[in-house]
Design a protein around this ligand. Sequence first.
Ligand code: ATP
Ligand code: MG
Length: 280
Amino acid sequence: MAYSFSETQKIRLSELGVKKEVREQEFEEKQAAGKSYQKIEKEAVTENKRRIRTLLYETRQPKLCRLQNDLADCLIGHGFTQVATPTILSRKFLERMTIDGTHPLNDQVFWLDQKTCLRPMLAPNLYDVSKRLMNFSKLPLRVFEIGSCFRKESEGRQHLKEFTMLNLVEWGTPIEERNERLKEFSKIVLNAAGIKDFKVEEEESVVYGKGIDIVSPDGLELASTSMGPHPLDDAWNVTCSWVGVGFGLERLLMYREKEEGIHRYSRSLAFLDGARLNIK
Ligand code: ATP
Ligand code: MG
């Protein structure tokens, strides 16, 4: 007969970041399973403590915050201008993205009241601010924002209700250069995030229609791209061609840090910078 860890033990090990193949191993004797659990649990607690101490005494900044800063510095170095827009979004702006009562994304929106919600994406504000900036700038104009977005998700290892989006846009990209530019910008961001290995896939977006996605070799979506001229442009009085890419920063970390789940590096009270917090 084979013995494995109990469900409670497996959950505990999972919370401590012990990998699946270790959690799922089997033993010939019950006693061996018990002994092994204690050893693995102890080592995992030590590793989590080490991570918290590293944060407190060395890095002093979670990888999520570091990534935000590194990506911002990198994009500014490539001629992008950073903007900071409100997290609270008007219904009017959402509707201009064609997200009305019948749209699939509508069910994922956190409404605050009749007229406002928590932004599920950065695009509407970026359209609005960029259009205004065009009064002061020649094309091409490069703009980006990094900030929290909110979606009601049925949770899971790749989805958060609150996640950090990096959305960059280049307005005025020559039409024939759009595909190349999307790949170039994606590479710049992934490089700055310490990610070298990725694939480019065609994908259907519920907001933009056909576009390309950036995915990890094992199929985790890291970013979605879009381009214009696009039917949505009219609502924002945008007439130039453009390209845009939206990355989820926690997805980048999950992939780079080889984590099974997204929560360990997300905004959380249970985890901080890859470590479980409720250990002593
Ligand atoms: P998915 O299909 O994985 O649910 P999506 O296509 O709905 O994602 P987009 O609207 O394309 O997501 O958002 C751009 C990027 O933001 C995604 O590629 C992903 O990296 C990230 N992202 C989207 N939703 C979430 C979420 N709930 N939690 C964490 N990251 C997310
Ligand atoms: Mg997508």
